[in-house]
Design a protein around this ligand. Structure first.
Ligand code: MFK
Length: 165
């Protein structure tokens, strides 16, 4: 069930990510939410998200896995602490490792379903297994190791260029 998107709870200054930032008008604006103990997102590729004609570009698929994984990591960390996502102190995650396996060509046409399962949550690290399916068939699987964002990255938040807004 699609509801209460994780990315809508990111603070404004962390909402310019190309993959999932709601303030990035040039980006993908991925929206992820809980579905029981799993997470889900739907994404409709555009005709120009093309690789081989008729199939989705693999870099786009990796981006969807990346941002769904980091969003899932953040939501899982809040859930683990029994807190709502916009409560303090903030739990923000970046990608430490992104592994992607393309199992079969992903048809370019209808919406893609991205699903996440948390396989580990320990300390500052969350590991999320992610699949991307088209027409009910898993085409891509990936693993995201997300780590809580270090303070020195947060310090750069003042450096958002006006043209990226
Ligand atoms: C933030 C809010 C939302 C923003 C939008 C969503 C983001 C969208 C996704 C992205 O594109 S983020 C941008 C791409 N990622 C980066 O630029 C991150 C660059 N790397 C770093 O800043 C650091 O390497 C990192 C924060 C990921 C880890 O450095 P730390 O010094 O904080 O990690 P540390 O050494 O303390 O390790 C913590 C745990 O993570 C594990 N780890 C760290 N790097 C790893 C790695 N590369 N592969 C596997 N595991 C890794 C490490 O083994 C350890 O596990 P254990 O606790 O089990 O021992």
């Amino acid at each position: 069930m699609q509801n209460d998107n994780f990315q809508d709870h990111y603070p404004d200054e962390l909402s310019y990510c190309y993959g999932c930032g709601r303030h990035n008008e040039h980006g993908l604006q991925l929206k992820s939410s809980w579905d029981g103990d799993e997470t889900v997102a739907l994404f409709q590729p555009k005709p120009y998200h093309i690789a081989v004609p008729g199939y989705v570009y693999g870099g786009l698929l990796a981006s969807l896995i990346d941002c769904h994984g980091t969003g899932t990591a953040s939501a899982a960390a809040y859930r683990n602490e029994g807190r709502a996502m916009d409560t303090a102190p903030p739990l923000r995650f970046v990608t430490a490792s992104l592994q992607v396996d393309y199992l079969r060509p992903t048809p370019l046409g209808g919406p893609l379903e991205i699903r996440g399962k948390i396989s580990e949550l320990k300390g500052r690290k969350v590991v999320v297994n992610v699949t991307v399916s088209a027409d009910g068939e898993v085409c891509v699987q990936g693993k995201v190791i997300a780590v809580q964002m270090p303070e020195h990255m947060a310090a750069k938040m003042d450096a958002i260029e006006p043209e990226s807004k």
